[in-house]
Write a protein that binds this ligand. Structure first.
Ligand code: FAD
Ligand code: UDP
Length: 369
């Protein structure tokens, strides 16, 4: 007799949604996580009355109404709209790339003038079909913005030349010919009032959770404990790296409590020059319009990844995607193991993508929701 219907490896968004839905229909679940807290990368820690996004800024955004309604069952969201600014040397620009950015950079005031400027810069190159991130960026917004706001940030973020990166990464950012500093194009956006951890706590209420418990440390025992496994860790590790090691980019977060009320005037400030070793500084209180007497900032330093480090970003280049394809073939043949989330699907997923994936899995597996 197996003790559980499902063993869920990972208490991030994917694992927690699955556990919640399975528990709701009477399935017995055990959730394990190797970290000492629930929530995976959306975990928030309250310090000085401020919800600190321990693993970097997390802004919820989606155009999927089902996903939006679903997550609103677990929290109330505020009206936060992400409008980061970028600092390059002593110049400050609005993001994403929009009329405010173009005006500051070139003095142009109308969309026609901005488009003409970009066309003029593109004409100086021979890019027709962009082959990589650099070419894609220049095609979208011209050489000046590429050099000041993209090249340095991208190369330190990914530890690779922009000419060696896939162009899809830059397509995440809107390019807009209006004076609109909203970083996302989605219909719905906000921050859960009280932080993300509360969402996960609600999902996992009444479910057995074991923290500081690594699946691989007791693999045999865990494989026998439940009828099925939902695995949200690294897929290559699950298969003992038999087709090779998938590559990731890691990060180091440096948190600091400051004795001042308002340090940078914005939740997210990007530092786009290569010489500054961090990519951005987050000031957490601004996500929830806090007015606490102190403030907490986090500097985000990109870092090379090696086995054992936190795998924050999958590097979805050709080599890795091909290797992932081989692991996926094995995964597709499994009848008692479900792979889900950013690490097991090796995709640069945002939270709304993960929720969408989890709900699809729930529908297929539990015929519910
Ligand atoms: P995770 O949150 O990674 O959870 C996986 C869990 O599995 C972890 O807790 C891990 O400890 C556990 N685990 C792994 N292996 C094992 C094992 N062997 N045994 C036991 N436990 C294990 N998305 C947005 O929508 N908006 C944003 O603004 C945003 N900003 C981001 C900023 C950064 C710096 C990063 C890194 C990501 C950001 N994301 C953002 C993406 C978001 O974090 C993810 O989409 C989401 O958290 C992924 O959920 P998950 O459940 O797939 O994985
Ligand atoms: N990017 C950039 N300059 C910026 C912000 C982003 O060049 O000021 C590029 C960079 O390559 C980054 C990508 O756009 O990896 C996606 O940015 P996003 O803010 O979506 O990254 P994430 O929040 O997922 O780290």
């Amino acid at each position: 007799m197996k003790k559980y219907d499902y063993l869920i490896v990972g208490s991030g968004l994917f694992g927690s949604i699955f556990a919640y839905e399975a528990n709701k229909i009477g399935k017995k679940c055990l959730v394990i996580d190797k970290r000492n807290h629930i929530g995976g990368n959306i975990y928030c820690n309250e310090i000085e009355g401020i919800n600190v996004h321990e693993y970097g800024a997390h802004i919820f955004h989606t155009s999927n109404k089902e996903v939006w309604n679903y997550i609103n069952n677990f929290a109330e969201f505020n009206r936060y709209t992400n409008s980061p600014v970028a600092i390059y040397k002593d110049e400050l620009y609005n993001l994403p790339f929009n009329m405010n950015t173009f005006n500051k950079l070139w003095g142009v005031k109308t969309p026609a003038e901005a488009k003409a400027k970009i066309e003029e810069q593109l004409a100086e190159t021979n890019i027709t079909k962009p082959k990589n991130l650099e070419e894609q960026a220049i095609k979208l917004i011209g050489k000046d913005i590429y050099e000041k706001l993209i090249k340095g940030y991208t190369e330190k973020q990914w530890g690779t030349r922009a000419t060696e990166l896939p162009s899809f990464i830059i397509n995440r950012l809107p390019v807009r010919f209006t004076y609109d500093n909203n970083y996302f194009n989605d219909t719905y956006q906000g921050i859960p009032i009280g932080g993300y951890t509360k969402i996960i706590e609600k999902m996992l209420e009444g479910i057995e959770v074991r923290l500081e418990t690594d699946f691989f440390k007791n693999r045999k025992e865990f494989e026998e404990i439940a009828d099925k496994i939902v695995f949200t860790g690294m897929i290559d590790e699950f298969y003992n790296y038999e087709f090779g090691t998938l590559e990731y980019r890691s990060l180091r977060f440096e948190h600091e409590i400051l004795n001042e009320e308002n340090h940078q005037g914005n939740a997210v400030v990007n530092y786009t020059e290569y010489e500054i070793p961090y990519t951005r500084i987050i000031e957490h209180k601004h996500f929830e319009y806090g007015n606490q007497p102190k403030t907490i900032i986090t500097r985000e330093y990109p870092a090379t990844w090696k086995k054992g480090d936190e795998p924050y970003y999958p590097i979805n280049n050709e080599r890795n995607n091909t290797m992932y394809g081989k692991y996926k073939e094995l995964a597709d043949k499994e009848s008692n193991i479900i792979f889900g989330g950013r690490l097991a699907q090796y995709k640069y997923y945002d939270m709304h993508h993960v929720i969408e994936q989890a709900l699809n899995t729930v529908k297929k597996e539990l015929k519910e929701v």
